[in-house]
Design a protein around this ligand. Structure first.
Ligand SMILES: Nc1nc2c(ncn2[C@@H]2O[C@H](COP(=O)(O)OP(=O)(O)OP(=O)(O)O)[C@@H](O)[C@H]2O)c(=O)[nH]1
Ligand SMILES: [Mg+2]
Length: 417
């Protein structure tokens, strides 16, 4: 499947259903009273981690993600159904940004709320009171939350295989796991990260075969930094180094790898790591190996031939114990507290002489909530905006009888109080 690790997408949760106005008309029930039910809440949109996925392609092909709307209320006091929640599967390691703000980091198979559905509106039954036993009042459902988000996948594996091209990373992935990566003797055979599940006794862990690094990768050479970011979230790094090739110098190769990781992100060198000295079947191996351990006496090194199944168990057990002893959970950084900007409930603008516009989140919400289709609803709306201080503010601004007031797509003429 095509590897996609960045996607921009719009997400809109479901709208709440509208409450309705209805009255009980039954034989022999006089003045049956209000009977209109509430609308159901709009459905939420969630992300959920799926360990079987390693690409954002299924989301990349969507134009947007839209939640299910709540059903409108019905007569006989029946509630509208709640819009069904939508749960979108994403790979483990998916970071969700709104602008530059990290709002969610999907690191497990929990459901993460991304956009909340709008609240359903109340039906007229809810507005019954001793002063108004037959209210013609209802509310509309509110729109669902809407966000423009950027998803970025940073593959989360227990062990990341890091090495120069052709060092044998994919061969090792194939030896250890169920994955079937492409293997060849030319550089950059692997173009995108590949994941594999390694079974060890009754346990399992995930390894990632990452595209080969070369000198200058952190500055964009070869496949560049695009894939370096995936190493950030691997718990353990396994450096795969070719010790068999007579033209290569494993000491040099190891230094190049460390330098590239460091240039990309210094913290990468603080991760637990081991060195897999590969291609021990080749004649140059011993010479290279002796030089290497002379220089790096205390490092954790394991010799293998990735083509030889005899080395499988020891390699698995080594990787597993290192992974087990490294308890770090790799989280990007805590998603920020959602920052709520305090803004005015309303703003009055004099558009031109005789025309005033009222805008602002709160007043728009009040307007969307209240359908202005009955006398009672209009009275309730007027009372609400008066209570918010809008009338007084209009008078302070110098409004005169006969002037027009606009709120979104609604207009009314100002009359003498
Ligand atoms: N003799 C020998 N050859 C090996 C060994 N491991 C891998 N190879 C060979 O080395 C070549 C490169 O192996 P890959 O597994 O494709 O290397 P890679 O590190 O994934 O390379 P890129 O994807 O290009 O970064 C292939 O021809 C393999 O058959 C080994 O232990 N001994
Ligand atoms: Mg490869």
């Amino acid at each position: 499947m095509k590897f996609i690790d960045q996607v921009n997408i719009e997400i809109i949760a479901g709208k709440g259903g509208d409450g309705i106005i209805s009255f009980r008309h039954e034989h022999r029930v006089e003045k049956g009273g209000p009977f209109g039910g509430d609308g159901g809440d709009g459905g939420d949109v969630y992300f959920q981690g799926d360990s079987g996925m390693n690409t954002l392609l299924p989301i990349y092909v969507l134009k947007h993600i839209r939640g299910n709307d709540g059903q409108n209320g019905m007569t006989k006091n029946m509630y509208g159904a709640r819009g069904k929640d939508i749960v979108v599967k994403v790979p483990f390691g998916t970071l969700v940004y709104e602008g530059n703000k990290l709002i969610c980091d999907v690191i497990d198979d929990q459901k993460y709320l991304i956009c909340k559905g709008g609240k359903g509106g109340r039906g007229n039954t809810k507005f019954k009171s001793s002063s108004n036993p037959a209210p013609k009042i209802c509310e509309n459902g509110l729109p669902g939350e809407k966000k423009q988000v950027k998803l970025e996948l940073k593959v989360m594996a227990d062990i990341g295989l890091v090495g120069l091209p052709s060092s044998g990373k994919s061969t090792i992935l194939k030896l250890l796991s169920n994955a079937k990566p492409k293997i060849a003797d030319y550089p950059f055979t692997t173009l995108v990260p590949q994941l594999g599940l390694v079974k060890y006794k009754d346990k399992s862990f995930v390894i990632a075969d990452l595209p080969g690094l070369i000198k200058g990768a952190a500055q964009g050479k070869g496949l560049g930094i695009r894939f370096l970011k995936h190493i950030e979230r691997c718990r353990v790094i396994a450096f795969i180094i070719d010790f068999g090739d007579e033209n290569k110098n494993p000491i040099n190769d190891f230094e190049i790898l460390k330098k590239e990781l460091k240039n990309f992100n210094e913290n990468l060198l603080n991760k637990s790591f081991l060195i897999i000295a590969n291609k021990k079947d080749l004649s140059n191996f011993d010479l290279n190996y002796n030089k290497f351990i002379d220089k790096y006496k205390d490092l954790d090194i394991i010799k293998i031939c990735a083509l030889d199944f005899n080395d499988l168990e020891i390699l698995k057990s080594k990787l597993y114990s290192l992974y087990q002893s490294t308890k770090e959970v790799v989280i990007e950084k805590e998603p920020e507290e959602v920052y709520i900007k305090l803004e005015d409930d309303f703003v009055i603008t004099k558009v031109y002489e005789g025309m005033y516009e009222i805008s602002g989140k709160e007043i728009e919400k009040v307007y969307l909530r209240n359908p202005l289709n009955t006398y009672d609803n209009i009275l309730r709306f007027n009372k609400k905006i008066k209570d918010m201080g809008i009338w007084k503010a209009l008078i302070d601004k110098g409004i005169c009888p006969g002037d027009t007031v606009r709120i979104l797509d609604y207009q009314f003429i100002w009359e003498e109080e």
